[in-house]
Unconditional design. Structure first.
Length: 568
């Protein structure tokens, strides 16, 4: 006779069968059966919680990004779902696989506006950001629907799904059918059609001034090695997106020429531009990229993205790894003429050298000034990081300078956020998830003090669960990128930062003291020597640590001026 168990136990057993080893949840009224099921199965699934649902969902988001596999996260009722929505919106924007679930009103009270109710369905809160959503109608359907949710989330293009569990399902008795659950053998890596591969190879062979722009999808779907291979066979210049989420090409490679915005003249003069999984979200603050008269090619596994932001001349549906690999094979079979390859490589290396020179120009700005500048901070972090350490970059106006000043040879060790996601407070919690997913590597998270304050309580989870993230908080006394923008645009708000609450000076915020109160090791530093010592101690420790760096308030404006001089 089959064993009868409740829905909560059936869910947890199903998760174990699907290979889930960490689950993210905040318990509340009505969730006791689920918490009990996780406790009974604690040897197979590690339970991770947080102080609020925003932090929890962002921790799960970082975990899934680093693992390239869907995270399971459960939140409570309408308010918990609303608080967790930042994790869902960023998962949609960055193509992060996530099985996001909500416990909702019991079936017998549905539609009667009872405790923590929603007017209709709780999945409506997320439906424009998810690939699929469903309310689980009975405990017996849990294995089937959860398995489907993981398959949908993990099928490229990755993204979140949303399941709703009525709270009475947790206690409903049903047969244990979890033994029939198994992860699908997911073979979802389609190469572009043979016609598309031939066409891309032809365009790369015939072009005089080709450029490939490597977007986040190249790294996200494991395409970097084949892109490097193809680039070296064809001698093309390779640029990156302007707001880097996942890095599609090593910044140390001799054919990497930097960001699109730093290469406007080069792009406008190209006769072929291949946009490989590129996010071209515009903020409205700068002019859009001009592709001139170039033939434009879009390559993406997402059919909705083929002509979403650029009306390309050639739109190719395919995964970057297999597609670039197939094109590379054609060039290996019939190599480019040696003289032409040498000319292209020489041009790419000249542009790479220009990018390196510009980086050194940035590094030299107030490098030895008494007040620590971002140039010195980024350099000290880069030199202190252990081999293969992961950097999480979300320090507002300092972000582009970290990308310029920290060399990245292994693209899988860089995590940022795109303009499409644009979520203040993302990185602090996400760094915890990344460290959970990659325990063999150390994670250092660079945060501006303004962004840190959005989700600062997330660091308590790092202390609670012994997750050794190294936080570097750049304290320049507020949202300095807002003030810098006011200065650049000549806005009268330049003198009103305190009036609008953009400054954190009166009263000041003691981030290191706050971190110590939550159980982290923490220190405030004001000199390069002190920063170096703090970083050495942080990376030598197996505990989470926060280093508060007193950062010059002049950085945002001065660095912005120099940065915009690139690509003369």
């Amino acid at each position: 006779m089959a064993e009868h168990i409740n829905g909560a136990e059936l869910l947890v057993r199903s998760l174990k069968r699907l290979g889930v080893t960490e689950a993210f949840n905040i318990a509340g009224l009505g969730l006791l059966p689920l918490a009990e099921a996780f406790y009974r199965n604690r040897d197979g699934i590690r339970y991770i919680s947080a102080l609020n649902e925003t932090n929890l969902a962002l921790i799960a988001n970082g975990y899934a990004r680093a693992k390239r596999s869907a995270a399971f996260v459960n939140v409570y009722h309408a308010s918990g779902t609303a608080l967790a929505m930042m994790g869902v919106t960023t998962a949609w924007a960055e193509q992060v696989p996530m099985v996001f679930t909500s416990t909702t009103s019991s079936r017998k009270l549905s539609g009667t506006d009872q405790y923590a109710a929603v007017p209709r369905a709780i999945t409506e809160m997320s439906e424009q950001f998810t690939k699929w959503s469903c309310e689980v109608p009975s405990a017996a359907r849990i294995p089937e629907l959860v398995a489907r949710a993981f398959q949908v989330a993990n099928t490229p293009p990755y993204g979140p799904v949303h399941l709703a569990f009525p709270m009475d399902v947790w206690l409903e008795q049903t047969e244990d059918t979890s033994g029939g659950v198994a992860p699908s053998e997911l073979l979802a890596a389609p190469t572009a059609s043979a016609e598309a591969v031939d066409r891309l190879a032809q365009l790369l062979r015939e072009a005089e001034r080709p450029v490939i722009v490597a977007g986040g999808e190249v790294e996200r779907y494991c395409g970097v090695p084949n892109l490097v291979r193809l680039a070296e066979l064809t001698g093309v210049c390779v640029a990156s997106e302007d707001k880097i989420s996942d890095l599609g090409f090593p910044t140390t490679h001799g054919q990497f020429i930097g960001k699109l915005a730093m290469n406007r003249r080069t792009i406008a003069g190209a006769d072929l531009v291949v946009l490989a999984g590129v996010e071209l979200t515009e903020s409205g603050l700068t002019d859009p990229i001009d592709f001139g008269g170039a033939t434009t090619v879009t390559l993406t596994p997402d059919p909705l993205a083929l002509n979403r932001q650029v009306r390309s001349d050639v739109a190719i549906l395919g995964m970057p790894a297999s597609t670039f690999g197939a094109v590379a094979e054609l060039f290996e079979a019939l190599p480019l003429a040696p003289e032409r390859l040498r000319e292209r490589l020489a041009n790419a290396r000249t542009l790479h050298a220009r990018r390196e020179a510009h980086s050194e120009q940035l590094r030299s700005i107030r490098f030895d000034a008494p007040e620590l500048a971002i140039s010195r901070i980024a350099t000290e972090v880069a030199e202190a990081m252990p081999e293969n350490a992961i950097i999480i970059n979300h320090c507002a106006s300092g972000e582009p300078f970290v990308e310029e000043l920290v060399p990245i040879s292994n693209t899988g060790t860089y995590f940022g956020i795109s303009s499409k996601a644009s979520a203040q407070g993302w990185a602090g919690p996400a760094a915890i998830g990344v460290q959970l997913a990659r325990p063999e590597q150390r994670v250092v998270c660079l945060l501006g003090d303004g962004g840190f304050m959005f989700t600062s309580t997330a660091i308590y989870a790092a202390a609670q669960f012994g997750i050794p993230v190294v936080y570097v908080i750049l304290n320049n006394g507020g949202w300095r990128d807002i003030g810098a923008l006011a200065r650049v645009t000549g806005s009268p708000l330049v003198d009103a930062e305190a009036d609008f609450g953009w400054e954190f000076l009166n009263p000041g915020i003691e981030h290191a003291d706050f971190a110590r109160s939550l159980g982290l090791d923490a220190v405030r530093v004001e000199t390069a020597a002190a920063l170096r010592t703090a970083l050495e101690e942080a990376f030598a420790s197996d505990r989470p640590m926060l280093v508060e760096v007193m950062n010059s308030r002049e950085d945002a404006e001065e660095f912005s001026r120099v940065f915009t001089q690139a690509d003369a």
